[in-house]
Design a protein around this ligand. Sequence first.
Ligand code: PHB
Length: 396
Amino acid sequence: MTSSTFIFTRRTLAIAVPIFAIAALGATPAHAQTAPVKVGLMLPATGTYANLGTMIENGFRLYVAEQGGKLAGREIEYFKVDDESEPSKATENVNKLIKRDQVDVLVGTVHSGVALGMAKVARETGTLMIVPNAGADVITGAICAKNIFRTSFTNWQPAYAMGKVAAERGHKNAITITWNYAAGLESAKGFVEGFEKGGGKIAQNLTLPFPNVEFQALLTQIAAQKPDAVFAFFAGGGAVKFVKDYAAAGLNKTIPLYGPGFLTDGTLEAQGAAAQGMLTTLHYADNLNTPRDNAFRLNFAKTYKVNADVYAVQGYDAAQLLAAGLKAAGGDIKNQDKVIAGMSSAQIDSPRGKFSLSTAHNPIQDIYLREVKGKNNESRGIAMKALADPAKGCKM
Ligand code: PHB
């Protein structure tokens, strides 16, 4: 009895010692290296931007699926919130993902106002965040943070390029029209900067509340003022309606309509004849015809039965950026310093063309001039090469 008790104790010790030794060595419990990485998708599932949210999510999932469902050896588990493109609910919604679901990384969103609310909470809590669309300039400007990244654009980037192109095309005065919130206002401002630099003058900046689509009174005003050109920021369902209303009013025959490419991206099926021949500027086009983009577009179309657009690319690249961070940290998402270092220095092999991030964590990227032909936004060359946002006020 006594001797058998002794043997039992000795064996227990022989097993127990190595386990304690391993646990004491690493700060990260073994579980954190094998548990799935929790990705919180905060995107619009309803409203004028609903389809944009779907394309972003599908792009993200496609990249993960192409890697066999794992990034740097880690399974991905998704948590989702419909943000409704509603800024007043942003804090509550993002906290569902951070506090309730305890996600490792936030991916979102489309609407600049909602993204600003998310970024504020991400900064306060130190939660890793990747913006796969919203262009709010300050996110990679005055409120930039080491844990906040963007795989899309700043509102300034495509709009500034459009202003430059419009001036080069000989237009002397223009009217801007947009929704009265960060994305629209910053786009209009970017266009004005590029246009005035090229010698153009702005006759008027017209706005209406988001997501209002009662454009008639403003179109009547444009018809009366007869500017040389109109610059518009609208996207999703609102862009479809605006481009159709502009053509229905006969304005496209006399006053060219320009915009950042959101005006015609993912919308051409619905816009039909109304969009034909329109020129826009964006960091993506439908006919880049590179092996990288062709492979992406083929796989996307096969998987989801629709053609990829800029939103799908941005979602896909958000997953690529996360993969770069995870890889640098050996799959340990809790090792935030290493994840951030890996993301900051990543070279993303994007369907849009390769890009790296600025020190403010925004893509430095080519802006294409595109022309609508049938159901495609065809590239007409690069309007601005390797354009970096000025990142005003960013201190890291
Ligand atoms: C934005 O709110 O930042 C935004 C929304 C839709 C777009 C582009 C920008 O297509």
